[in-house]
Design a protein. Structure first.
Length: 237
């Protein structure tokens, strides 16, 4: 779609918007006419994204977030695919508990974004957060991912009634082929094939497929307080 698309004249702030799922959402929103601000801790790594404003902000920094929101207010869409920091993995009983606790920086970042950003969101605005399939069906070694993702999804359900008529939804990806799996193409392909072999759709998803779900819940005015799974059948496999 062109600049006269569904989101023509709408302003969207996308955290984690310079790589992976966030970047795919930025591009799709821009193609559908939105005025997009892509935010990350180091946007210089993304280079130039045509037609998109780049901003630097750490979602854990309340003062920086307040300044960012005030500078771009008002806005219609508030989207976050930001990881918020480290991700602990491995057997829970051997896990470094400090690393487990640090995994919740994602939740605290989302909390800051929603708490501070809602004030500047238009009355018909929408928030979209990204969790992950382990929130619904965890494999061994995914205790941190499952805990954080589950907290994000329950958080959205809990605050949806308070935010109405503004909307908040979560998109839950399965295994997605993004740069987080490393630069070695052969090793990445092997890892992704192994992780998805038993999925109902036995392959990794793409960032664009997840972004399509983000754009859907951002634009559908009759959807709130829910989680949309884009996981290739992960939870049913």
């Amino acid at each position: 779609m062109t600049a006269s698309g569904k989101f023509s004249g709408k302003k969207a702030l996308v955290f984690g918007g310079t790589s992976g799922i966030g970047l795919a959402a930025v591009n799709q929103l821009r193609e559908q006419g939105a005025l997009v601000v892509a935010i990350s801790r180091d946007p210089s790594k993304a280079g130039d994204i045509p037609g998109v404003t780049l901003e630097a902000c750490d979602v854990r920094d309340v003062d920086a977030l307040n300044q960012l929101f005030a500078a771009h207010a008002p806005f219609d869409l508030l989207i976050s695919a930001a990881t918020g920091g480290s991700r602990a993995a491995g057997p829970f009983l051997q896990m470094d508990l400090a690393a487990y606790q640090a995994s919740f920086d994602k939740l605290w970042g989302y909390t800051n974004i929603v708490r501070l950003g809602t004030e500047h969101l238009t009355e018909s605005g929408a928030i979209v957060l990204v969790s992950g399939a382990p929130a619904r069906r965890a494999k061994p070694g995914q205790a941190a991912l499952a805990s954080v993702g589950g907290a994000v999804e329950q958080f959205a359900r809990a605050v949806a009634p308070e935010l109405a008529p503004r909307r908040i939804n979560v998109v839950s990806p399965g295994v997605i082929d993004t740069p987080m799996f490393g630069p070695d193409a052969d090793a990445r392909v092997k890892m992704l094939e192994g992780a998805t072999a038993r999925n109902l759709i036995p392959r990794a998803g793409t960032a664009d497929e997840v972004a399509e779900a983000i754009v859907f819940v951002a634009g559908n005015e009759f959807v709130t307080g829910t989680t949309v799974e884009v996981d290739g059948g992960w939870i049913l496999s």
